[in-house]
Design a protein around this ligand. Structure first.
Ligand code: SF4
Ligand code: SF4
Length: 297
């Protein structure tokens, strides 16, 4: 059985991507759910889950100065392009100190230090988890503040989701992707079966959608579909998005109305389709059916 991977993305955070992904997780059978929005993970809030396994994520490296070897010559200070080196007076003698939040781990200071006082140390940048949830296996992560390498973490989560899907005989992986068009979103999309771009009828919404379309076009074989969330907050811009999609041969699989029940569901810690049977839930269900049938074709 070939495992299908559906990725839900948006041009920026706050467009309703996670609410839709969590509802799909509630509606789909036989699947693994993954929160790949590692820089602002919040899917776990609406997924009733029990963490089964917890692992550290080793992202980038950071420089460390051995104060016993450092003579305070300042060579590392002069060469660091990121201003991560501070010369600090210790007992009347300057010593180099690395400010970890600024260090990019480039290794220049290691190369230039005449005393061999600097080493690069692998940092634990976050944690990732495998959980049992009310909707089946669930993978999510927590990246430390200002930590890099979120693309690497997304790739790690996706590889493990495939292993988990095979172990559990699942036919589908639902991925709450990262917003934007950067490295983590590329890692979220790579080798997936379908991308759903969630947009909203605002000027920045159209612009963000255009950027996503350009990005996904680069993958050539991955079909891109569109959901217009809160379509009724600005009907004119919704019509512009529809025209743009028609001109670019993009299928709009769903147009969801604005509904305060979405926020209420988040506050209650459940997905929209679990929280209510109102029109918003019916629209999400209709969209899910369309996506599911085109995925399994
Ligand atoms: S280059 Fe080496 S010895 Fe010189 S200040 Fe930096 S760490 Fe200390
Ligand atoms: S590893 Fe690079 S960024 Fe970090 S302190 Fe050394 S020179 Fe600066």
């Amino acid at each position: 059985m070939q495992i299908k991977e559906l990725v839900i993305i948006s041009g920026k955070g706050g467009t309703g991507k996670t609410s839709i992904a969590a509802s799909f997780a509630a509606l789909a059978r036989n699947k693994v759910t993954v929160d790949c929005d590692v820089d602002a993970a919040n899917m776990h809030i609406v997924m009733n889950h029990d963490i089964q396994r917890k692992k550290g994520f080793k992202g980038g490296k950071e420089a460390y100065v051995d104060p016993d070897l450092c003579t305070g010559c300042g060579t590392c200070f002069d060469h660091c392009r990121y201003n991560a080196v501070k010369m600090i007076d210790k007992l009347g003698k300057d010593k180099a100190f690395i400010e970890d939040i600024s260090c990019e781990g480039c290794g220049v200071c290691v190369e230039f230090c005449p005393e061999g006082a600097v080493t690069l140390i692998q940092q634990t940048s976050g944690e990732w988890y495998i959980s049992n949830s009310s909707f089946g296996p669930f993978i999510h992560a927590r990246l430390g503040i200002a930590q890099e390498n979120s693309g690497k973490l997304v790739t790690l989560l996706r590889l493990n989701s495939r292993i988990l899907a095979k172990e559990n005989d699942c036919e589908l992986i639902i991925i709450d992707g990262s917003p934007g068009i950067g490295c983590p979103v590329i890692a979220s999309i790579t080798a997936s079966s379908m991308v759903l771009a969630v947009t909203e009828p605002t000027l920045s919404g159209i612009h963000d959608l255009e950027r996503i379309v350009e990005l996904v076009k680069g993958f050539k074989t991955i079909p891109l579909t569109v959901c217009i969330n809160k379509y009724d907050i600005n009907i004119e811009i919704t019509k512009e998005i529809e025209k743009y999609c028609a001109a670019n041969k993009l299928c709009i699989v769903g147009s969801l109305p604005y509904d305060y029940l979405v926020t209420k569901a988040q506050i209650a810690g459940v997905s929209v389709v679990e929280y209510t049977g109102a029109r918003i839930a019916l629209s999400i269900k209709k969209m899910w059916r369309k996506i599911y049938y085109s995925l399994i074709q």
